[in-house]
Design a protein around this ligand. Structure first.
Ligand code: ADP
Length: 487
């Protein structure tokens, strides 16, 4: 007589060999013990490659703990049905699959491993179900009258309710009193077939705490194209809100600190001005009564330092005023060529041997601007051109008309400005890092220049080649229109 055990075994073996699903087994330690042809197809490992290897070859790292929890269940003799997870193929690609896992026992009924039937569900409807099930976002649906009809694991985690606690209940249980009106609006929109773009709101968890979420709600249609409910996707945005609140707090703090500093600068500048005026007057008196070349030189040098300090203080005062938007411009019509000539002529002797060359059109260029402030800008740009280039270099001051704009450029053959700093140099207190200490300064001048030019409706910018030189340009609206507007 034939042994029925062998016949059963052969039949089973044939099923395993021809099944569409991967059928594999592993021992308690996780070593793969069997691997059918479909497993070869699905995972890309041949049976010879897979057998004897650890099961982790098909399990993404983030699923390894979950796998061991399942095996623990199996050890206790409980089979696992329809477990959906992500697995990886030999080529590293990942896919969704559904598992049925059963314990493998020895003759003494001791669990010695597990057998698994694994179906690739990437191309099935179940694939979408798997996405919903494994999503961290809360995904649920409700009927038109607000009854919850589906509830994924993400919703369970976000709100603390299990599926059976919410199905058939009204969605109002998640809405705080303050947001009830919003819900009525949502319902009306859904009824009229509108999808609600993501919006931030608040919902209540089972434990009564509130959670900040971003909601996307879309209508659900039946086959007859009638709206029968809505799908809801909720993203937890608590972290984002926390960061935004922190940012707001720091911005407020920073503004407060800036204000303190500006107040201090304004106060200190006023206090410093008075003794400087006294010093200046005394120096003038000394100049009148002292005689001799040596004393004249001392007085000249002291006067120079007092002027420098006075200039610095008015810069500081300008910064505070500009910062507060308190700069009042005194507009007048003037020919910019004349102003440029005056500034250059006054500058020439202090140019330590620099040669200042001017290129300007023959005809007048009348602009309507604050003459004194524009003079300060030109002065500042020329002083920088001198300061940041060696003696006896040429500085070119060019004036031209570009459409209806007056354009002035000041080009030097100096140290140049790194590309990354070309815009930053117009920021308050910004100085190019790493400059030798011989180039003293405060980083205020260009900030004031840019504020003044922009207040006139103009533009200022820099171009430069490091080590070769820089050009600072500014543009102002030409013509007298500005003034006719003011009058
Ligand atoms: P500072 O008092 O430092 O000169 P500015 O606001 O006038 O302040 O200029 C800001 C920074 O821009 C300077 O510290 C310097 O690094 C750079 N800079 C300005 N003009 C020039 C120039 N002509 N050549 C090279 N670097 C310049």
């Amino acid at each position: 007589m034939k042994n029925p055990g062998t016949a059963d075994f052969n039949r089973l073996s044939a099923i395993v060999q021809s099944a569409d699903d991967a059928i594999i087994s592993r021992d308690i330690k996780g070593t793969i013990t069997s691997w059918n042809p479909s497993a070869e197809k699905i995972f890309g490992y041949s049976a010879a490659e897979a057998r004897g290897k650890h099961i982790s070859i098909i399990i993404p790292d983030e699923y390894s703990v979950e796998e061991e929890t399942l095996i623990q269940k199996i050890r206790n003799g409980n089979p696992v049905k329809k477990y959906v997870a992500i697995r990886k193929r030999k080529d590293g690609t990942r896919f969704f699959c559904s598992h049925i896992i059963a314990p493998v026992k020895d003759a003494n009924k001791k669990v010695i491993g597990a057998s698994k039937i694994i179906s690739d569900i990437s191309n099935q409807k179940g694939f979408y179900a798997a996405i919903v099930n494994t999503s961290d976002d809360a995904i649920c649906s409700k009927s038109l009258d607000g009854i919850i009809t589906t509830w994924n694991f993400g919703a369970e985690k976000m709100f603390g309710y299990k599926e059976h606690e919410v199905l058939g209940k009204h969605v109002d249980m998640l809405i705080p009193a303050s947001k009830m009106e919003e819900e009525t609006e949502i319902r009306n929109k859904i009824r009229s077939g509108k999808r609600l773009a993501p919006f931030d709101t608040i919902r209540v968890r089972k434990d009564g705490s509130e959670v900040n979420i971003s909601l996307t709600i879309s209508p659900i249609y039946n086959r007859e194209d009638e709206i029968i409910g809505a799908s809801i996707i909720a993203k937890d945005i608590s972290k984002r809100i926390e960061i935004e609140e922190k940012q707001l707090h720091y911005t407020e703090k920073l503004e407060e600190l800036n204000k303190y500093r500006d107040d201090f600068i304004a106060m200190a500048s006023h206090e410093l001005r008075t003794p400087l005026t006294v010093l200046k007057v005394n120096l003038q008196l000394l100049e009148e009564i002292m005689e001799g070349e040596e004393s004249a030189e001392f007085i000249f040098n002291s006067n120079k330092q007092v002027d420098k300090l006075t200039g610095l203080i008015s810069h500081l005062l300008d910064v505070s005023a500009i910062q507060d938007g308190n700069v009042i411009l005194n507009y007048e019509n003037f020919d910019i060529r004349i102003l440029l000539k005056e500034v250059v002529d006054a500058m020439q002797p202090s140019g330590k041997g620099h040669k200042i060359v001017m290129k300007k059109p023959n005809r007048k260029i009348i602009i309507c601007a604050d003459r004194i402030r524009i003079e300060h800008v030109i002065n500042n740009l020329l002083l920088n051109a001198i300061k940041y280039s060696k003696d006896r270099k040429t500085i070119l001051v060019e004036t031209s008309m570009q459409d209806n704009w007056l354009q002035v450029s000041i080009t030097d053959e100096g140290i140049g400005i790194p590309k990354k700093d070309l815009e930053k140099i117009f920021e308050r207190f910004y100085r190019v890092p790493g400059m030798p200490s011989t180039y003293s300064g405060t980083g205020i001048g260009l900030f004031i220049c840019s504020k003044v030019i922009r207040r006139h409706g103009g533009k200022i910018w820099a171009e430069s080649t490091l080590g070769k030189g820089s050009t600072i340009y500014f543009r102002l609206p030409a013509g007298t229109d500005n003034c006719s507007e003011i009058i």
